[in-house]
Design a protein around this ligand. Structure first.
Ligand SMILES: Nc1ncnc2c1ncn2[C@@H]1O[C@H](COP(=O)(O)OP(=O)(O)OP(=O)(O)O)[C@@H](O)[C@H]1O
Ligand SMILES: [Mg+2]
Length: 237
């Protein structure tokens, strides 16, 4: 018997993520462009949340703010109770390490490293032992045991996407931010990858933000957030 979990003694679950009054503007030749406007959002620890919305509605930008990869123009982003505002890039990188896993829409694999090393390097940085063994295991779990030594340029789009997912999952982060992680996969591979994501976040206990255009995949999450024109139109609470 361990210490009772907070939920079991009748308190609400801890917050994994909170956005308070968040806005994001980009400078363009035509002047400032509002990309996200007045976003209030709370995600509880262990929740799985799908983010749906038309192309250009701001989903990827929202994810970049959640991961501290972009700073909001206004408002506050709080991860694990810690406000990201005012943290420098180095502090943010250390804060994310092993805690936040990110699958980018455009993968962002390191082109000069093999699939295995792309997954192993973040494990090394997080001080996780036996990084190459663990990296190989996770790559096998996404069906890439036969592609460990390939450079990203020698992998198909769907294979690169699975390396990106393996890289994000391998450190067993408490928060997984995944931007259309099945967007390049056939239906069988997509389902297998989704099963892995939900295994990490369901019984694995991690919190999941899953950006997708796939309503069936979204329906597997605890909650669906819908975005339009830089606003959350439903599911914020
Ligand atoms: N740095 C920037 N400068 C100018 N415009 C930007 C910038 N970043 C994003 N945008 C614009 O903001 C809008 C939202 O972009 P975002 O990538 O968040 O959309 P999305 O919902 O992820 O779309 P998709 O489903 O196509 O991936 C788009 O119209 C995009 O062109
Ligand atoms: Mg996007």
């Amino acid at each position: 018997m361990g210490t009772p979990r907070i939920q079991e003694i009748g308190q609400p679950a801890a917050e994994a993520l909170r956005l308070d009054g968040v806005g994001f503007e980009a400078a363009t030749d035509a002047g400032p462009l509002i990309i996200l406007d007045d976003i209030d959002l709370v995600i509880r620890s262990g929740e799985s949340v799908a983010v749906l919305g038309p192309s250009g509605s701001g989903k990827s930008t929202l994810m970049m703010l959640m991961g501290g990869l972009e700073q909001p123009s206004r408002g506050e982003v709080i991860v694990d109770g810690q406000s990201l505002g005012g943290m420098g890039e180095d502090d943010l990188a250390v804060f994310r390490r092993g805690r936040v896993g990110i699958v980018f829409q455009a993968f962002h694999l390191i082109p000069t490293l093999s699939a295995l090393d792309n997954v192993a390097v973040p494990l090394d940085l997080a001080g996780i032992p036996d990084s190459r063994t663990r990296a190989a295991e996770v790559l096998k779990s996404v069906g890439l045991g036969h592609r460990l030594t390939h450079l990203p340029s020698k992998l198909s789009g769907g294979e690169q996407q699975r390396v990106a997912l393996a890289r994000a999952l391998a450190p067993r982060p408490g928060l997984l931010l995944a931007d259309e992680p099945t967007g390049n996969l056939d239906s069988d591979s997509g389902r297998a990858v989704a099963d892995l994501i939900f295994a990490a976040t369901g019984t694995g206990g991690a919190t999941l933000i899953l950006i997708t255009h796939d309503e069936a995949l979204a329906a597997r999450c605890d909650r669906i957030i819908r975005m339009q024109d830089g606003h959350i139109v439903s599911g914020a609470h």
